[in-house]
Design a protein around this ligand. Structure first.
Ligand code: C5P
Length: 240
């Protein structure tokens, strides 16, 4: 088994460690939850495990469909072995249905189906509160090359199609999600996680929210929603 070595970095929801292999990092998923730029803090019991396991299932499917990811294996229910990445300071958001900041910014009713997927970039910067940027800003700030931006966009839109399709038998609608990419020996890989923390999932029939919005908006049954997402995805596609 790959050995956990020195602690490298702690984010809001994960801790990253080196291993004895310089090419591999170990990511530990925490139960800590934050929202609204860190203003709201809490704990969601069992979240770390759900996020690690849901991410593992979805990364495996994406790999099979031709999207290169940092995922190697789950070492324990909440510890993921990944390829070491140099992450681009850019978040890529894809939206299918208006919700969250898009609904607010454009005055759209939450739940409005968008005519086409909307792709957005945000600059990862705590001090600046992750401002929305476009491809010209990415180039001007040299956050990524135009070719790398093109690849991120292509991958993100492909991920959207694949995930929307695989979530159908789980009766989940993929409202929107955020991706992060990084370089591993010069190769662009999908990194971070794909979980109810980073995606909005609604029940197909009732439109009930089954994601971090339950925590953000104090909707109750937060833990239950995370468990429900894991149960449904695991049953529908876990063994695919
Ligand atoms: O808040 P907003 O509507 O812009 O979020 C869009 C999507 O990106 C949501 O699924 C949200 O969970 C995700 N997101 C994220 N991390 C951020 C910002 C947004 O995972 N820092």
């Amino acid at each position: 088994m790959v050995e956990k070595r020195e602690f490298l970095y702690e984010g809001k929801a994960k801790r990253v460690y080196r291993t004895e292999n310089p090419d591999l990092y170990l990511v530990e998923f925490k139960d800590d939850a934050t929202a609204f730029d860190g203003l709201k803090r809490g704990t969601i019991a069992g979240k770390g495990e759900v996020n690690a396991r849901v991410s593992a299932i979805l990364f495996r499917i994406l790999e099979r469909e031709g999207i290169p990811t940092h995922f190697v294996e789950l070492r324990s229910p909440r510890e993921m072995l990944v390829k070491a990445l140099k992450i681009f300071p850019v978040e890529v958001v894809v939206r299918n249905v208006a919700a969250g900041s898009l609904a607010q910014r454009l005055g759209l009713k939450e739940g409005t189906v968008l005519k086409n997927p909307v792709l957005e970039f945000y600059y990862k910067s705590d001090e600046l509160h992750d401002p929305m940027i476009n491809e010209y800003h990415v180039a001007a700030l040299e956050l990524a090359t135009p070719d790398q931006v093109e690849l991120m966009k292509n991958y993100a839109l492909q991920v959207n199609e694949i995930l929307a399709r695989v979530l159908e038998p789980a009766d989940l609608i993929l409202i929107d999600f955020k991706l992060e990419f990084g370089l591993h020996h010069g190769e662009m890989l999908l990194g971070d996680e794909i979980s109810p923390d980073t995606c909005r999932f609604w029940d197909r029939h009732t439109k009930e929210k089954l994601d971090k919005d339950r925590f953000r908006r104090d909707l109750g049954k937060v833990e239950e929603a995370y468990q429900e997402v894991f149960r449904r995805i695991n049953e529908a596609v876990g063994e695919m």
